[in-house]
Structures are given as C-alpha cells and as structure tokens.
Design a protein around this ligand. Sequence first.
Ligand code: ASP
Length: 326
Amino acid sequence: MPLIISTWSFSSRGNDTAWPMLASGGSALDAVEACCATVDAAPDVDSVGYGGLPDASGRVSLDGCIMLSPARCGSACALRHHLHPVSVARRVMERTSHVMLAGIDADEFADLQGLPRSELLSPEAKAAWETWSTKPTVIDQSRDRLVAGLRPIDGGPGADGRLFAANAPRASGSEDRWKHHDTIGTLAIDSHGTLAGACSTSGMPYKVPGRVGDSPIIGHGLYVDPTAGAATATGAGELVMGVCGSFLAVELMRQGRSPIEALVATLERIRSSYELQPHHQVAMIALRPDGAWAAAALRPGFRVAVRDDAGSRVLEPDATLLPESS
Ligand code: ASP
C-alpha cells in the first residue's frame, strides 16, 4: 500500500528520502515533508529551495503548502529567509488556527518556531540572474519584465505572458524544455491508508517581486481530501489558478472519475479557458485513497517520480494533451 509520487524526475531523490519512513510504517505527512526538504536543499534544482532562480529583483522567494484534509492544511508563501516552506506551512497547520502566512511575517513566524534562517540564493542562481538581467532573452520571459498577464480566451485585457520557455536547443519531449519550471508537488499514502500532499517552489523565475503562484494555495497547487483523493500541479501557476486545478481534479474523482480521467478533464478545462501559447505547460498528478494514481501533462516533457514496494522509477505521464509546439 505505501506509495509516494512526485512531479519531475529530480524528485526521485526526495521520494528515496521519504520511502524508508513509509516502508517502516511512518506517516504520509512526515514523508511528503521530508521529500520536499530533500529537494529544497539540492542546489542543482533551480526551481525549488536553495538554488531556485530569483525574482526580477535578484531575490529568491519560496512558497509551499501541506495538506491532509480540508480541516488540516497549512501554507507559507513569499518566504525570503527560510529554506523549507513546507515545514513552515506544517507549523502554520499544527500550531496556529490559520491556514496561510505570507512574506516577512511568515519568516518571523518561522523564526519563532525555531526554524533556522538560511541563504536562499546560490552562486549559480545569482549568476543566472545577472545574465538574465543583461540579456533577458536567455530565458524567454521578456514580457514578464513588463508585468504582462495572461490573455483570457474571452479577449479580456492584458497581453500574453511568456512563462518558462527556455531558448536552449533540446531534444523533442525532453524535460529540459521546462527546466526552470519544476515545482515539487508530492502525494503519498501510508500503510494506515492516510493520504497527504505537499508542494514547494521558488515560483516563476525572474517573476515580478511579490508574485505568488498556485503552489502554496490550497485547492490550486495542491488539494487533499481523504474521502476523494489528492492532486497537485506544476507549471504555469496562473493557468492552474484560473480553474482551481487541484481542487477540480479531486472533485472529479469524488464524482467517480478515475485519476487519469480527472486529470485529463482538468487539463482540458485549462485548454478551453485560455489561449494557450507554445511555452505554456501544466502537469498534474493525482492519487486516490485506494492507491490508484495517474499523471498527465498539457505538453510533452513532463515526468513523474514514483516510489513503492516495486522500487524507484521515473515515468512518462499517462496522458499528454497537446503536441510540443501548438
Ligand atoms: N507552479 C509554479 C508557480 O507558478 C511554478 C512551477 O511549477 O514551476 O509558481
């Protein structure tokens, strides 16, 4: 029964940290926190924790959340001094009557909880930001510098944002295309049948300072309901937020859809709600209380990392809705 699944291939190292806990009867809650903490601490992952790419001002900010059920969830966003947003979020859940803390006050809350401050900007991320600030086409987000938004399909105001598209040459269907775009969303079920989920990110690279995406928002980047299932998302957070993506996927499972049917329907909702651009990617994973799970993506290049009794593996999603360049 125990299982942990996480977004993107780099998360297999987090799954491997968490697996011994799950395999020895530990809790899904501890497992998802440990999984995210491992990835947060890895300097080579440039979209989560230490090593995460900074905002347009050159400062890193981190977002995360954790959830067991509608009555037990916590979130912390826009942290500038604490490496593990999920651990801050867990303390919000367990030690306050609130769900979400933000910004400088969230950092001060983490201090009061005894969580250590640490430097979030790695030398590599600083160098990448310096390059971007002089040559913004290295990461194709030039229009984000003008505070552009997504253009809704109904023709509402706002130019189309260009999120996350890298210009580097790449193999077709490779994860490389989305390499700055890699929130860890992780879902686990333990030997007692308890579901838990967590999500940790440095958000969109070179984002407008103050921007918070889907990842730390309950129902958007993550949702867990023990009676229906769990889902988490990665990719262009603004697309997920417009449809309450993770909540929607869990509600569809509650109505009887399988995990893959729920994910495909959620991604179809995203496809029909926006004028998608070739650089837009969203990927999701879902887990049902009986252990059935699925992964799906809008575009090729997504991977899901899985750890269970059968071992550790990195897999292609069960469904991909769009070709690479449409
Ligand atoms: N969903 C994250 C955000 O919008 C980014 C990502 O998954 O890379 O902040």
